[in-house]
Design a protein around this ligand. Structure first.
Ligand code: G4P
Length: 532
């Protein structure tokens, strides 16, 4: 049987490497401090040596026009899309998720490739819209979440209030692992509840070493009013908050909460140390015909992101491949069940903060960049087996649909090439109505449309306009009875299009139209996502 793990040398190497891998993403609302935290984690992991290297990118991203120029210098965002670093015996893979909300679909897919997430909250703002959306995706996949409440060097909400908010708005049990002693101007430090240590905070310079002490001893060192408050809170935390439960955490129903300041490098090392200890190693991945254990010796994995045209002079792409099982070696031949072809992976890339290297080997949980000429798509499985297909990598129904008009009809082939190439990156979707030969592009947000227009022009030298389409949204249609589906398609031809895989889609004029058609056709399933 495939799942069997031999206990010879290779098997135990595999088990050891799997056990020390931690593959995670950071989810947050813009400005909560994701970039700053990423930088501090990379500094701790020795992956960068100078503060400011990651941050510059976060700032430049913020404005729309700057973001587009960043897109043109593709190298920057690519080399940092995945970051490998080691800390305390663990091998971490940090996957970057695009910050702008318009790129949520790309973000969602990236989350299919992680085993845990850090949710960063701004202590003053608590849970914000984007945090909630991203959290919901994590919940769909039961991804364990570690919470980091950032910016305690500034005035924030009361810590209990923040815990309540997590509990109430996310329906997630929150259990504090550390407790801030004061915040903002009166921040004195943090109490490590499990380790019974006090971590003093220094406003300027290095933070002093932690001291092992019970709350009562710490209280003696504090100003009277803060001492009283701290003792009360420490007692209340122990009485009122549930103890950390590893099983509930791994099931995604409980989050351990850490406090700190990414900017002041306070509480960040504790966060990373605990992430190594708490976060799970690579998970068993849902697949057909059966889920795949990471210790399965046959190499397998899936593509969750494709980045095209990084170098405008070459039509190259990099497929981001999450290794799910086995020990990968450079040059290995892997099968691609979608096409039935075999690909020899000669130049796999491993990403570090600023460099990329040829990967001689990789283990489950690692992310490889596989250069290719368009053969690999988002959702593709690659494995040593020919019958395997990973499941659960979703396509989302776009919220903006536009008809594409070409300025010069002679460039029709180029347009087709551009639209399919860019759709293969998985950022935009392309549909062809069955009744005419136009193209309709679908995006999740307006910014993607601007980027699409700009890239079609600069990378493919095609001038295209996006015109309003009569449709507002769309749904993939399926039915248990194929004849039933065909009858539905025939009856509604003017509103049917095909996605790039030929799957039928119903294009709705508006939500009333969508509701009506759903009510009239109870045997047809209308899905806002399509699994690949
Ligand atoms: P993002 O990636 O989540 O969007 O956030 P980013 O790290 O870029 O941080 C957003 C802003 O919050 C930055 O300020 C950053 O310096 C600040 N920040 C991050 N962590 C902390 C923290 O722990 N404490 C405090 N006080 N501020 C923090 P900015 O004004 O936009 O940039 P800058 O002028 O400070 O460079």
């Amino acid at each position: 049987m495939d799942a069997a793990v031999s206990h010879d040398g290779a098997g135990s190497d595999l088990e050891r490497e799997v056990a020390r891998r931690r593959t995670f993403a950071i989810i947050s609302h813009p400005d909560a401090g994701k970039t700053t935290l990423t930088e501090k984690l990379l500094l701790l992991g020795g992956a960068i040596h100078l503060a400011g290297q990651v941050k510059a990118r976060g700032e430049r991203r913020r404005t729309r026009s700057d973001w587009m120029s960043i897109e043109q210098q593709r190298g920057i965002s690519v080399s940092t899309a995945v970051m490998r670093f080691d800390y305390d015996g663990h091998a971490f893979n940090l996957l970057d998720t695009p910050g702008h909300e318009d790129f949520s679909e790309d973000t969602y897919r990236t989350l299919t490739a992680v085993d845990a997430a850090i949710m960063v909250l701004d202590a003053a703002n608590g849970i914000e819209t984007q945090t909630r959306k991203l959290f919901e995706v994590c919940r769909l996949r039961d991804i364990p979440i570690v919470t980091f409440i950032n910016k305690i060097d500034r005035e924030g909400q009361d810590a209990f209030q923040l815990l309540d908010e997590i509990q109430e708005t996310l329906a997630l049990d929150a259990t504090p692992m550390s407790w801030p002693v004061g915040m903002g101007g009166i921040l004195q430090g943090m109490y490590d509840l499990a380790g019974r240590r006090f971590l003093p905070y220094a406003r300027h310079g290095e933070h002093p070493e932690p001291v092992q002490a019970e709350p009562a001893e710490i209280a003696e060192r504090l100003p009277a009013d803060q001492a009283e408050q701290f003792l009360e809170e420490a007692e209340l935390v122990q009485e009122a908050c549930p103890a950390f439960d590893a099983e509930a955490f791994r099931a995604g129903t409980m989050t351990p909460v850490f406090f700190g300041s990414a900017l002041k490098e306070f509480g960040v090392e504790e966060l990373l140390w605990n992430l190594g200890r708490m976060a799970p190693p690579p998970r068993t991945q849902p697949a057909e015909p059966a889920p795949v254990e990471p210790t399965n010796q046959k190499v397998s994995g899936f593509v969750f992101k494709v980045q095209a045209n990084m170098d405008p002079n070459h039509r190259d792409r990099v497929a981001y491949f999450r290794l799910c099982s086995g020990r990968f070696e450079r040059g290995m031949k892997l099968k691609q069940p979608r096409t039935g072809k075999t690909t020899a992976v000669h130049n796999p890339i491993m990403f570090f903060a600023q460099d990329r290297d040829l990967a001689e080997e990789a283990w489950p949980g690692d992310i490889l960049g596989i250069p290719n000429h368009g053969t690999l798509r988002v959702g593709d499985t690659l494995s040593e087996r020919s019958d395997l297909r990973f499941t659960g990598i979703p396509n989302f129904a776009p919220e903006i649909l536009r008809r594409v008009r070409l300025a010069d009809p002679m460039r029709a082939k180029h347009l087709q090439r551009a639209l399919t190439d860019l759709a293969e990156e998985g950022v935009t979707q392309v549909f062809r109505p069955v009744v005419d030969s136009s193209y309709i592009v679908g995006v999740v947000g307006q910014l993607q449309l601007d980027v699409l227009a700009q890239r079609i022009e600069t990378e493919y030298k095609v001038q295209a306009r996006f015109e309003p389409s009569p449709f507002d949204t769309c749904r993939w249609v399926t039915a248990d009875d194929e004849d039933e589906l065909q009858r539905f398609i025939d009856r509604n031809r003017s509103a049917i299009a095909e996605d790039r895989d030929g799957a039928p889609v119903y294009m709705a004029r508006n939500f009333f139209d969508l509701n009506r058609i759903q009510e009239e056709n109870p045997k047809i399933r209308f899905s806002a996502t399509r699994e690949r």
